[in-house]
Design a protein around this ligand. Structure first.
Ligand SMILES: C[S@@+](CC[C@H](N)C(=O)[O-])C[C@H]1O[C@@H](n2cnc3c(N)ncnc32)[C@H](O)[C@@H]1O
Length: 209
């Protein structure tokens, strides 16, 4: 952790106890979750927008889900997708303990299949954190679901910095996919988009047309 990150981490109050527990649980089981600073960023966005309608692609143990759900207004709704039932069963235990189970719907299905038929529109926020090779396809499907000025947030735009390194024949498929995705995302005609050096590289795009 750099000096700046250490300073910032020490300056914030501790996260909700269930989020702390989830961080430890994810670490113990080797489950990839967003960084704590990305979680906080999501929480601020949800509060800022009073985001009632959120879609998440990639639930895992529900760490990012809970950061967003805890910041939603009381009538908020959050739909989250992950085909891995073993992971989402764990997510559900935390969601229940947080008293958020009435507001969150988990779909155990491949996101592309589900999104083809997903009926919800006027979404405030879509958060994408799943199969890197499919990010472009997710984006194409979710942008029309956003309300005007709704935002799409993308995790892992930098893949531990490997995306920004000079291209090499040894680059793995995810790095190659994320480079192509980032170019596509940043020039998307319906989005005003940027990538922040936050967490593992956080894309954020507002729907402008
Ligand atoms: C990085 S984890 C998500 C972490 C979670 N957002 C968090 O921060 O707590 C990525 C998840 O995407 C899920 N995933 C992989 N392929 C998927 C697909 N085709 N559709 C939906 N989810 C998928 C995996 O099962 C995995 O649990």
């Amino acid at each position: 952790m750099t000096e700046i990150l250490r300073y910032l981490e020490a300056s914030h109050p501790a996260p909700h106890p269930l989020l702390l527990e989830l961080e430890q649980h994810g670490r113990k089981d080797g489950i990839p979750i967003v960084s704590r600073e990305t979680g906080r960023f999501l929480s601020v966005l949800v509060h800022m927008m009073q985001a009632n309608r959120i879609l998440e692609v990639g639930t895992a143990y529900g760490y990012s889900t809970l950061w967003m759900a805890l910041a939603q207004p009381p009538a908020g709704k959050l739909w989250t997708i992950d085909p891995d039932t073993a992971r989402t069963e764990v997510a559900l235990t935390y969601i229940r303990r947080a008293g958020e189970d009435d507001h969150i719907t988990i779909f155990n299905q491949d996101a592309l299949e589900l999104l083809e038929n997903f009926q919800q529109r006027n979404l405030d926020i879509v958060f994408i954190d799943a199969d890197k090779a499919q990010y472009r396809a997710y984006l194409d499907l979710v942008v029309p679901m956003l309300k005007r000025s709704g935002i799409v947030v993308i995790d892992n735009c930098m893949l531990d910095g490997r995306v920004a390194a000079p291209p090499s024949p040894d680059d793995d498929a995810d790095v190659v996919a994320m480079r192509a995705f980032n170019d596509y995302f940043l020039s998307h005609p319906e989005l005003d988009a940027t990538i922040l050096p936050l967490g593992d590289g956080t894309g954020i795009g507002a729907r402008i047309r």
